[in-house]
Design a protein around this ligand. Structure first.
Ligand code: FRU
Length: 515
């Protein structure tokens, strides 16, 4: 009897804490069948329906990772922007939340960031609460249509219930526009040494820095970038981040800038600058242009504020403005990249960002025994697999002349090759490509300058409509959309060199759906 009572007590506690059905509570509140549509990513974030672009307001607070995003709830093309909202405890499983921010009399809600105002500097907190404060751009369409240049301003909103409901500040906009057409995408962080908030935003062809003691009143500090970096298009979505350089006793700042068009393989892309920030201006002596990702489909990415252990976690929008509106999905449009940990490394005098998909993803992967084999020059090794295009393919090698071809029974294929100091990704026959002439037009290339001389890792994450390639510990990255009309079921590796190709510890691991 006593045991039975204890059992009942334990059950009651489990139900109250939500442990009784743990998987369910971690999963999305959507009907599973909906997520079986053609091309629906199975382990990447997508909105339940309708149009999505940039990630916004990435912030961690009280055990929850928030993902806000540019969202138009009435169509699968861009329109009046809102902030959609999703939350996660592990950055793997996401739960959809109601729309967080709606357009108002100041305009549409464009991209921006969110912070935890731990000391309640804004005064929005009540009774010791730490408010979440969102800082975003207002885009006033009427004003743009009337031919004015000052239609973008910056506004703020706060939440006292960890992001569930938001109140717009009555003093909006907090930064007015003095006549700059492209004036947007504020990213804010707390700068400890000077005890102020620092905002980076973009103004067409450069970044601007501001500071504030309370998130309401902002003071202009400085400009950066008119003469630096790539300028093939407008600058968007900046992010200024402090790094401890891996393996060195050195602190550096990285300024991430998205640019559209002007990316190395066409359309939208993300460049970065490594330099110093003294609390008021950013400087760099970097001369070359650095790309965070050489693929065509990683744009407007930014990093989390307040992430645990000071980790720098990045999420990008997995599309490209060139064809974003035309991709062949019907119910929703576009996905986010996998969340990635960014670290800054140094070799000689060269700094580079490394991207590593989060370790939490391991929980989704099937266990398989690794295989090692050699391929003689000119020969092809062919393998079959059944992963339904939900897989990580990984191996190490020291060769820099080989080609991997993923193919399905319909003759569609996607190729990733390495030829000396260049990697190439060919999606010209990868599946559906005819929705936009630019999509399957060229083979996309990535410089591998600095590739390890010895053995290095090649890792690909394939989902229903994307592939993310990480080479040499995430030093070289390519993210691309693909739309195969049936899953790839074979992988052929060709040795294009003159020496034996050693493939070590090859694994094709199936990745579970997060829905
Ligand atoms: C980047 C961007 C931002 C802007 C938003 C509008 O993709 O153009 O600069 O705030 O999208 O949706």
């Amino acid at each position: 009897m006593k045991n039975y009572f204890l059992y009942l007590m334990a059950m009651a506690i489990m139900v109250a804490c939500g442990n009784g059905d743990k998987n369910k509570s971690d999963k999305l509140n959507v009907d599973g069948a909906q997520y079986a549509e053609p091309f629906r990513p199975q382990y990447h974030f997508t909105p339940k329906e309708m149009w999505m672009n940039d990630p916004n307001g990435l912030v961690y607070h009280e055990g929850i990772y928030h993902l806000f995003y540019q969202y138009y709830p009435e169509d699968i093309v861009w329109g009046p922007m809102h902030w959609g909202h999703a939350v996660s405890k592990d950055m793997v499983h996401w739960q959809h939340k109601p729309i967080a921010l709606y357009p108002d009399e100041h305009g549409y809600i464009f991209s921006g960031s969110a912070v935890v105002d731990k000391m309640n500097t804004s005064g929005f907190g009540e009774e010791g609460q730490q408010p979440l404060v969102a800082i975003y751009t207002y885009h006033l369409m009427e004003s743009e249509k009337a031919g004015r240049a000052d239609f973008q301003t910056q506004g703020i909103a706060y939440s006292l219930d960890n992001g569930d409901t938001w109140v717009k500040y009555e003093g909006n906009p907090v930064i007015d526009n003095e006549g700059i057409r492209d004036f947007r995408d504020p990213k804010v962080f707390w700068h400890e040494p000077s005890e102020v908030w620092i905002m980076t935003l973009v103004a067409g062809d450069h970044a601007k820095f501001y500071s504030s003691k309370n998130l309401r009143e902002w003071e202009y500090l400085s400009d950066f970038g008119k003469e630096q970096g790539a300028h093939g298009g407008v600058w968007e979505c900046p992010d200024l981040i402090k790094f401890n350089v891996e393996g060195a006793n050195e602190e550096k700042w990285v300024l991430i800038i998205s640019i559209n068009p002007g990316a190395p393989n066409g359309g939208s892309g993300t460049q970065y600058f490594v330099g110093d920030f003294d609390g008021s201006s950013f400087t760099t002596n970097q001369e070359e242009i650095k790309w965070l990702d050489w693929g065509t489909d990683n744009y407007a990415g930014v990093t989390y504020n307040n992430a645990p252990n000071d980790e720098c976690i990045f999420i990008g929008w997995m599309s490209n403005w060139t064809y974003a509106r035309d991709t062949p999905t019907k119910k929703w449009r576009s996905a986010m990249t996998l969340p990635r940990k960014l670290t800054l490394a140094k070799e000689g005098n060269i700094y580079f960002l490394k991207n590593t998909p989060l370790v939490q993803l391991a929980s989704l992967k099937s266990e398989v025994a690794p295989k090692s084999f050699d391929i003689t020059p000119g020969q092809v090794k062919e393998m079959e697999f059944e992963t339904n295009n939900q897989a990580q393919v990984v191996f190490t090698t020291s060769s820099n002349k080989f080609e991997m071809k993923f193919a399905n029974a319909k003759g569609e294929n996607m190729v990733l090759g390495i030829n000396d100091t260049v990697a190439y990704l060919d999606r010209r026959q990868s599946g559906k490509i005819d929705f936009h002439e630019e999509f399957g037009k060229t083979v996309h290339k990535m410089s591998l300058k600095g590739l390890a001389q010895e053995s290095y890792e090649v890792s690909l994450y394939i989902d229903r409509s994307s592939v993310e390639v990480f080479i040499d510990d995430g030093k070289f990255v390519m993210t691309e959309q693909i739309f195969p009309t049936a899953p790839y079921t074979s992988l052929s590796i060709t040795n294009r060199g003159t020496e034996s190709l050693q493939v070590k510890n090859l694994k094709v691991q199936k990745i579970k759906s997060i829905w």
